[in-house]
Design a protein around this ligand. Structure first.
Ligand code: NAD
Ligand code: SER
Length: 315
C-alpha cells in the first residue's frame, strides 16, 4: 500500500496532481501539504496539513506519522519571482530538496518526485530541439537551483540508492489554479484576459517561442515516470519533456479563431531576457523511448479546452 505526501499541493501543479493521485491511490492515502491553505476539493477530499518544507522537524514528523512511502515535492520559487529575491529563492529551492532527499535516505522511502525545468538550459545551449544531454549554463537563479537539484538527485541515487524521478517541465498551461510566478505564465494569463477583457498586454515579445505543455499531459507524464519500472529509468538527473512550442503571436492567433475581436499588445519586461536564454523547442525522445512519454494536446485542442475552462470559471 503506497502512502503519498504531496508538498506544495496548493500550487498550479499540486492542485491538480493531488486530486489525480487520490483517484489512483485512494483519498486517505494521499497527504496533501502546503505552507498556505489549499482548495476545498483538496482540504475536504482527504488529509491536508499546513507544512513548511524547510521545517525539517515537522517534515520528519509528518512523514513518519503517516508512514509515507513516496513524496512529490513541488514547492519552489519559480523563475520570475526568483529573480526578485535570488538568495531567498536559492535557499527555498535547494534546502527543501535536500530536506526531502535526506528524509528519503534516512527513512528508506520508496520513491521521490521532484520537478526540474527547461530553465536548466541557458544561452549557450542549442535552442532548437534541445537534446537531453547538452551544454547547460543557466543564468537565472531558478535555473541554477534546478540544475544543482538535478545533480543532487543523481548524487543521492548513485551514493545512497535513493530512487528519485524527475521531469524538466516546459511551461505548463492550465486553468484550475493560477500560474505561480514564472516566465511562461503569459500563456495562462492570456486566456483569462481574453475571456474577461478581450485584450492582453504580453510581457514577452511576439516571436518568443517557448516549449509548453497542457496540464493533463504533464500530470500523466509525472505519474507515468513515477510508476515506471526502475529498469526503464536511464536518466537519474531529469528527463526532457515537451509538448508543443509556440510564440505569443501564434497563441493569440489561435485564440482569435474563437474570440475574433481579441487584441494582443506587447510590452516586454525583465522576463524577456529569461525567455531568450531558454530553448525554443525540446527533444524529448529519451523519455519517449524509456517509459513511453506521449503528448496528446496540440495548440488547437489546448486553446479550446482552456477557453472553455476559463469561461466556465466566470459563469
Ligand atoms: P506554484 O508556485 O504554483 O506552487 C508551488 C507551491 O509551493 C505553492 O502552493 C506554495 O505555497 C508552495 N510552497 C512554497 N514555499 C513552500 C514551503 N516553504 N513549504 C511548503 N510549500 C511551499 O508552482 P507550480 O507551477 O505548481 O510548480 C511546482 C513545481 O514544478 C516547482 O518545482 C516548479 O519549479 C516546477 N515547474 C513548474 C512549471 C510550470 O510551468 N508550472 C514548469 C517547470 C517546472
Ligand atoms: N514555467 C516555469 C517558469 O516559467 C518553467 O520552469 O518559471
Amino acid at each position: 500500500m503506497e502512502k503519498i505526501l504531496v508538498i506544495g499541493c496548493a500550487g498550479q501543479i499540486g492542485s491538480e496532481l493531488t486530486l489525480e493521485l487520490r483517484k489512483l491511490y485512494g483519498d486517505e492515502n494521499v497527504v496533501a501539504t502546503d505552507i498556505k491553505p489549499a482548495s476545498k476539493e483538496i482540504t475536504e477530499g482527504g488529509p491536508f496539513e499546513i507544512l513548511d518544507v524547510l521545517d525539517t522537524h515537522r517534515l520528519f514528523g509528518t512523514v513518519s506519522r503517516n508512514k509515507i512511502t513516496q513524496i512529490y515535492h513541488l514547492a519552489a520559487i519559480l523563475s520570475g519571482n526568483a529573480e526578485k529575491k535570488p538568495l531567498a529563492s536559492w535557499h527555498i529551492n535547494m534546502e527543501s530538496l535536500l530536506n526531502v532527499l535526506e528524509m528519503a535516505r534516512e527513512l528508506n522511502l520508496k520513491r521521490i518526485f521532484w520537478p526540474s525545468s527547461i530553465a536548466v538550459f541557458g544561452p549557450t545551449t542549442p535552442r532548437v530541439d534541445t537534446p537531453q544531454f547538452t551544454v547547460m549554463e543557466p543564468n537565472t537563479v531558478y535555473g541554477i537551483s534546478k540544475l544543482a537539484g538535478e545533480r543532487w538527485l543523481e548524487y543521492y541515487y548513485q551514493r545512497y540508492g535513493v530512487d528519485s524521478r524527475s521531469l524538466r517541465y516546459p511551461g505548463l498551461i492550465s486553468y484550475k489554479t493560477e500560474a505561480g510566478g514564472g516566465t511562461t505564465d503569459y500563456a495562462v494569463e492570456i486566456f483569462y484576459e481574453a475571456v474577461r477583457n478581450g485584450h492582453y498586454e504580453c510581457f514577452l515579445s511576439e516571436n518568443t517561442h517557448l516549449p509548453m505543455m497542457f496540464m493533463d499531459d504533464a500530470i500523466k507524464a509525472t505519474i507515468d515516470v513515477m510508476e515506471a519500472d526502475a529498469s526503464k529509468i536511464s536518466v537519474r538527473s531529469s528527463y526532457n519533456v515537451a509538448g508543443i512550442s509556440f510564440s505569443p503571436k501564434e497563441l493569440a492567433a489561435a485564440i482569435k479563431k474563437y474570440i475574433p475581436d481579441f487584441q494582443i499588445t506587447y510590452n516586454p519586461d525583465f522576463r524577456q531576457a529569461i525567455a531568450d536564454s531558454w530553448p525554443k523547442s525540446i527533444d524529448d525522445s529519451v523519455a519517449a523511448r524509456d517509459w513511453g512519454l506521449k503528448n496528446t494536446f496540440d495548440l488547437k485542442r489546448m486553446t479550446e479546452v482552456m477557453l472553455k475552462g476559463v469561461k466556465e470559471k466566470f459563469q
